[in-house]
Design a protein around this ligand. Structure first.
Ligand SMILES: [Cu+2]
Length: 178
């Protein structure tokens, strides 16, 4: 029976470790999905389906017709004003790291492409926005729960279930060895 107890102890701690590691893992977002960084891509729709967190990466994939220009603010983004661009990238495959919450603005440097809608606004939420925060959730009883929170909670549950399915056979082997 002692072995069974050890097994569960090891199992619980390792699962918690795995969950934590998964929660911390950076996500790579290929901008525009399979269509990539192109005039024909609907970036508003693409971005609305993504959750950007600090530590995540944006991957820009494009042909030689395009480039990546980071704009400083909403007004520059709206007006396609590249005069005060923060950064300019080219080469067809760029990785941009998101390091903190906030909004970042990207467009294409090719003449006319920004006006054609080749631009994207990336809004990054804080790292704990979608994971469970026991302290804040208990005090926020009057605040309605945003839909996105319940969706991500559901997905983290299925994530947990998938970890269990992988972890169980591994811990069965460890149990046999104990
Ligand atoms: Cu372009």
């Amino acid at each position: 029976m002692e072995g069974v107890f050890k097994f569960y102890l090891v199992f619980v701690f390792a699962t918690l470790l795995l969950m934590n590691k998964e929660a911390m893992a950076a996500t790579q977002h290929v901008v525009g999905g399979s269509q990539g960084w192109d005039q024909s891509t609907d970036f508003t729709t693409w971005a609305s389906g993504q959750t950007f967190k600090p530590g995540d990466q944006l991957v820009f994939k494009y042909t030689a017709l395009h480039s990546v220009v980071e704009l400083p603010n909403e007004s520059a983004y709206k007006n396609c004003n590249m005069g005060n661009a923060l950064n300019s990238l080219n080469g067809g495959n760029n990785v941009v790291k998101i390091d903190k919450p906030g909004t970042r603005y990207f467009t294409c440097g090719t003449l006319g492409h920004c006006a054609q809608g080749m631009k994207v606004k990336i809004t990054t939420v804080s790292a704990d926005a979608s994971s469970s925060t026991p302290g804040s959730s208990s005090s926020s009883s009057t605040t309605p729960t945003p839909t996105s929170t319940s969706i991500s909670m559901a997905s983290s549950f299925s994530h947990f279930a998938s970890i269990l399915m992988v972890a169980l056979p591994v811990f069965h082997v460890i149990f046999i060895m104990l």
